[in-house]
Design a protein around this ligand. Structure first.
Ligand code: PGA
Length: 253
């Protein structure tokens, strides 16, 4: 963490929690976030967003979505636009999560369009990048991450880049209980920052919050967050347990 940048602890609930369950979980999370030294975000399923925005109103917790469609409106059955999220009071949106890339055929090209749509609506995009185990073993991790960053952010200006959050999520660490070591996570977060510096200038790169995601939990959070280029976490499994999520928030001092 670095005092110049915003520290962000964001929960990614994925496809978990009905509206009633979401209301109960958020009710447990709010008191744990009340004196947080960091920004706290919960990214819920679409249908839970209205209740989450209502419950979180006036608290320190911001609400995020897990996806959006890049078009403003139209014949896109089953999709949700940035304006629909913005009107609800949603502040953040996860874009390009590896599960969306893997199971829903999301590409760097659509991710890039989605980043543009989020920024236009005043939502903070949390852009996810990360390598598979195979790519790491083949020695093409750096090229892969740099390519993702370059294409996904191709249409973003330096001024707008200050509003984007990047999450490094090694695919082999997501939901597997296998966390990247703090050195591995730092190495790639630094690579991301260096790539941002090439594209947007050093000052902008220094201002971007870069999160780590992949089995971050109450036990390993403090160590990961102590790294100079890791400015927070994107947390899946552990964000579904208020106590664990609360301990991660507390570790982000
Ligand atoms: P995990 O998920 O913490 O359950 O590994 C992280 C994510 O996919 O954002």
């Amino acid at each position: 963490m670095n005092s110049k940048r915003k520290t962000i602890i964001a929960g990614n609930w994925k496809m978990n929690k009905t509206c009633k369950e979401a209301e109960a979980l958020l009710g447990e999370v709010l008191p744990k976030a009340s004196d947080a030294a960091c920004e706290v975000v919960v990214c819920t399923p679409y249908v839970d967003l209205p209740v989450a925005c209502r419950v979180a109103e006036g608290s320190k917790v911001k609400v995020g979505a897990q996806n959006l469609h890049f078009k403003a409106s139209g014949a896109y059955t089953g999709e949700i636009s940035a304006a629909m999220l913005q009107e609800l009071g949603v502040s953040y949106v996860i874009i390009g999560h590896s599960e969306r890339r893997e199971y829903f055929a999301e590409t760097d090209a659509t991710v890039s369009l989605k980043i543009g749509a989020a920024l236009e609506a005043g939502l903070v995009p949390i852009l996810c990048v990360g390598e598979s185990l195979e790519q790491r073993e083949q020695g093409i991790m750096s090229e892969h991450i740099r390519t993702q960053i370059k294409i996904d952010l191709a249409n973003v200006s330096a001024a707008d880049m200050g509003k984007v959050v990047v999450a490094y999520e090694p695919i082999w660490a997501i939901g597997t209980g296998k966390t990247a070591t703090s050195a591995q996570a730092q190495e790639v977060c630094k690579l991301i920052r260096d790539t941002l510096a090439e594209l947007f200038g050093a000052d902008t790169a220094e201002s971007v919050s870069i999160l780590y995601g992949g089995s971050m939990n109450a036990k390993n959070a403090a160590e990961l967050l102590s790294q100079p280029d890791i400015d927070g976490g994107l947390i899946g499994g552990a964000s579904l347990k208020a106590d664990d999520f609360g301990q991660i928030i507390a570790a982000a001092k």
